[in-house]
Design a protein around this ligand. Structure first.
Ligand SMILES: [Fe+2]
Ligand SMILES: [Fe+2]
Length: 378
């Protein structure tokens, strides 16, 4: 009889009880001679995973192998092939490697519902379809889009995804019910998934500013979801956007000078509205800690004054900051509604409200804001 091998692939960033339920059900249904858990270094269709590869390897062991009953556990091996390659590895490459290592074996491949739904965009799908039998399980939040040739693993799957979990963890929400206990503990002790940033923000910002930061991060992620921007990037930009507010306003000009921050009209700002420097300081603080991609850092830098050719992420953060659920100025509720229907219109409304408030106070308006307005005004 041919050796039967089950492969469970995924980023496992982090592994959760949905992955475990899928894996356990697949082991019971397929009854393989050997099962391999293969964490991806970086899945080709996804952005860079948040937790380091070595951590995800350990989390996969804790979350997907350790909790199995003895009878199933003895069949399972953790395969570090993709992680050790330290590059994007296509599933077809992994399957070729495994088939070489196990000539003549019959392969079964199980993936979560989201990965299954993206299958048609994978590389060499024809080769993949011929090389093994494909399995997935629908979960309540993602039951659509799994290609028909996937065999369904039945059973009740928890309605959770790693994307949702990363958001919960980064926003300080309790995610323990979705995680195997030892995984939750390791995430906590290693301060993975933004927990160290969260702790630093909490200790360095005022309670009101910290609450605002969480509100903006959550709202930015929601808007990113609606408008097709990267949700992880939007949430991180939200978390970082007011980091600079940890520096007292009177000290901001000295900070900007000492760090030689490139700020348009820096001396004017320093003299007339030093608070406006905080966006540039936020970017600098994030950079010094190695946080945020260039796109995230740009959105952070532009969240108060804007800039030319604002990207989708720039606009999402700008609108999220100006219309977060904790904002209580008169126009805020209408802008929040508009942000879900028409992001550009919401962006104009935010800018208009900011200018109107500045005029009402008789304050100086930064030339960047004026030119931004002139660029979109009729
Ligand atoms: Fe701000
Ligand atoms: Fe803010």
């Amino acid at each position: 009889m041919r050796e039967k091998i089950l492969v469970l692939g995924g980023s496992f960033d982090p592994p959760h009880i949905g992955h475990l339920a899928l894996f356990t059900a697949a082991l019971r249904r397929i009854k393989p001679d050997l099962a391999l858990v293969v964490p991806a270094y970086q899945a080709p269709l996804k952005g860079e995973p948040e937790a380091p590869a070595r951590e995800r390897l350990e989390l996969a062991r804790l979350g997907l192998i350790a909790p199995l009953p003895k009878r199933l556990k003895r069949l399972v091996r953790l395969d570090a092939g993709e992680i050790l390659s330290r590059r994007k590895v296509y599933t077809c490459e992994t399957l070729r490697r495994l088939r070489q290592q196990h000539p003549g074996a019959e392969f079964h491949f199980a993936v979560g519902a989201d990965s299954a739904a993206s299958f048609e965009r994978w590389k060499n799908t024809r080769e993949l379809k011929a090389a093994c039998r494909w399995w997935s399980a629908a979960r309540p939040g993602a039951s659509k889009g799994i290609p028909k040739f996937f065999a369904k693993i039945s059973g009740k799957m928890p309605d959770i995804s790693s994307t949702k979990l990363r958001a919960m963890l980064a926003l300080g929400q309790d995610a323990r019910r979705w995680l195997v206990g030892s995984v939750a503990k390791r995430i906590d002790t290693r301060k993975l998934y933004g927990l160290s940033l969260l702790a630093e923000l909490k200790s360095s910002l005022s309670p009101e500013r910290f609450a605002h930061t969480l509100a903006v991060a959550g709202w930015a992620q929601e808007l990113a979801h609606i408008w097709g921007a990267d949700q992880d990037q939007a949430r991180l930009a939200g978390l970082l956007h007011d980091f600079g507010r940890s520096i007292p306003v009177p000290k901001m000009p000295a900070y900007a000078r000492a760090r030689r921050l490139s700020v348009p009209c820096r001396d004017d700002i320093a003299r007339r509205q030093p608070m406006l420097l905080h966006a540039y300081i936020s970017e600098d603080l994030a950079k010094r800690r190695g946080l945020g991609s260039p796109a995230v850092l740009q959105a952070v830098r532009r969240h108060t004054l804007g800039g030319t050719n604002m990207t989708l992420l720039d606009r999402v953060l700008y609108v999220a900051d100006a219309s977060s659920p904790d904002r209580s100025y008169r126009e805020a509720p209408a802008i929040r509604r508009l942000a879900q229907e028409d992001l550009d219109a919401a962006f104009s409304a935010c800018l208009q409200a900011k200018i109107a408030h500045a005029l009402a106070r008789g304050s100086w308006i930064h030339p960047l804001t004026v030119s931004l307005w002139n660029g979109i005004a009729a």
